[in-house]
Design a protein around this ligand. Structure first.
Ligand SMILES: Cc1cc2nc3c(=O)[nH]c(=O)nc-3n(C[C@H](O)[C@H](O)[C@H](O)COP(=O)(O)OP(=O)(O)OC[C@H]3O[C@@H](n4cnc5c(N)ncnc54)[C@H](O)[C@@H]3O)c2cc1C
Length: 436
């Protein structure tokens, strides 16, 4: 099957923000600015919607506070109890960060993949489950926003921006596994909308989300090969049911669940873009945002693992020589190597995200490589940090124990490391990415 032409660049005039000039949202933004100006003219206190003032430094500071006050104190229990990080997500929503990647024209903060990677990095440094739950919400929001209709803005994006709605991405299926871009879930046109039947697996945020961005295939046997679509399914749609709670080795707060859709009816307005648009969404929105959310999350683990190891070297004192481990050249060397691996990977991730946000034509190959390198890097760095820390890290309940289990998922969250490297190789060879 040849779904993807050799080119791995983005469409001319990248559609991500094609609707940014949507009249309603332009009006909304102008009204906000007008209000601010009016207040100043009247000689009152300068009051503006704080979101218009949120530059990335402010967002990072807010996130740092949330990480310190809410995410870190809950991380161990979230892992132990496999509990969805409700308080952390609530704090992020209350702080106005739920619309991080929703374009400003829709009332969101209007940031791209770099900000998403950086916020997930901060969250992931303490709790990878929280980072992924926030990341998958943000990826879902970016997919809805990519070609949002007025109705989709009103019913999904506005509540997302207001911190009242969590969405999430539901692409994976048992039948096609790592080939997440090949759904088998059926979409049938009805006089008043669509009927959806199928089962999605590993849906992060599980039944805690308010809506699901699902991929489907046209039920019509005459539909052309590769005719996939994206649809938003509200949680309260009739016919949704859930599999057992997630009991994974790591990422235990994800609340990933199997989602069954049994003749679920959705209105025509819930179709994203046009029928058959899914592959465009996959490469222009899902992959870039997803890859950077994941990459940021695991960069956060790498950073914290290095910090754990470093602290141990400084504080661990050996009585027989009267020295700390920080004075052993071989361990200094090992710490230096770990930092190098982290820093080069971080620079690759940031570079990839900046390239995508700047619409550079070769961004996709760099994004793919960044996620694959992070996956190798995080497993390696956490493993090395365990060496630095000796037995204390090997105990049940240690931070590195959790990091090690969480880190391993980086390879298997689609696009998996194997699939990414195949795609990169194909791109370099001038072959279509989706040849199987
Ligand atoms: C914690 C967690 C959270 C997740 N969250 C979500 C989510 O929110 N939404 C969602 O849609 N999905 C989610 N997933 C699913 C995930 O993205 C993958 O789709 C899924 O884990 C891979 O499918 P599989 O396990 O069936 O792998 P399989 O298809 O069984 O593949 C097994 C291995 O074979 C490799 N492989 C498969 N085909 C090839 C090939 N042609 N060439 C080379 N190697 C190949 C794969 O890379 C993999 O390593 C999540 C998974 C996890 C573990």
């Amino acid at each position: 099957m040849d779904l993807m032409p050799i080119s791995h660049s983005f469409d001319e005039g990248d559609k991500r923000y094609a609707s940014a000039s949507h009249p309603t949202y332009v009006r909304k933004r102008n009204r906000r600015l007008q209000n601010a100006v009016k207040v100043v003219e009247n000689g009152c206190r300068f009051v503006v919607d704080p979101r218009t003032m949120m530059n990335i430094d402010a967002i990072q500071q807010i996130t740092a506070d949330i990480v310190k006050d809410v995410v870190a104190p809950n991380a161990e229990a979230i892992d132990r109890e496999a509990r969805w990080p409700k308080q952390s997500l609530r704090a992020l929503q209350d702080a106005g960060l739920a619309g991080l990647v929703v374009p400003e024209a829709y009332g969101g903060l209007g940031y791209g993949t770099l900000a998403l990677a950086q916020i997930c990095e901060q969250l992931g440094s303490e709790c990878a489950s929280t980072a992924i739950c926030f990341g998958m919400h943000s990826v879902g929001a970016s997919v809805i926003a990519a070609n949002a209709s007025q109705d989709q803005c009103d019913r999904y994006l506005s509540p997302i921006v207001a911190g009242k709605h969590i969405t999430t991405l539901s692409l994976s299926e048992a039948g096609t596994g790592a080939h997440f871009y090949l759904p088998q879930t059926k979409l049938e046109a009805q006089p008043d909308g669509f009927r959806i039947s199928g089962t999605k697996t590993f849906v992060t945020n599980g039944d805690n989300a308010d809506s699901y961005v699902v991929s489907t295939v046209a039920a019509d046997p005459d539909a052309p090969m590769g005719q996939f679509s994206c649809v938003v399914v509200p949680r309260n749609a009739q016919g949704l049911s859930w599999g057992k709670p997630w009991d994974g080795m790591g990422m235990r707060g994800n609340s990933s669940k199997m989602l069954n859709m049994d003749n679920v009816h959705v209105p025509r307005e819930d179709l994203l873009g046009k029928e058959g648009d899914q592959i465009w969404y996959i490469f222009n929105v899902v992959c870039p945002y997803f890859l950077m959310a994941i990459a940021g999350t695991y960069l956060g683990i790498m950073k914290s693992a290095i910090e754990e190891g470093r602290n141990h070297l400084i504080n661990r004192h050996h009585a027989h020589v009267g020295l700390t481990l920080a004075q052993m050249p071989v361990l200094q060397h090992q710490l230096g190597q770990m930092w190098g691996e982290f820093e080069k990977t971080r620079q690759l991730v940031y570079h990839a995200a900046r390239s995508f946000d700047a619409d550079e034509p070769d961004a996709l190959i760099t994004l793919m490589s960044a996620k694959a390198e992070v996956a190798d890097g995080v497993v390696n760095v956490v493993n090395e940090a365990m060496t630095l820390m000796g037995g204390i890290a090997y105990r049940d309940g240690s931070k590195l124990h959790r990091f090690m289990r969480d880190a391993r998922a980086s390879h298997l969250m689609s696009p998996t490391t194997e699939i990414l490297r195949i795609w990169i190789g194909r791109a370099l060879l001038g072959q279509p990415l989706l040849a199987d």
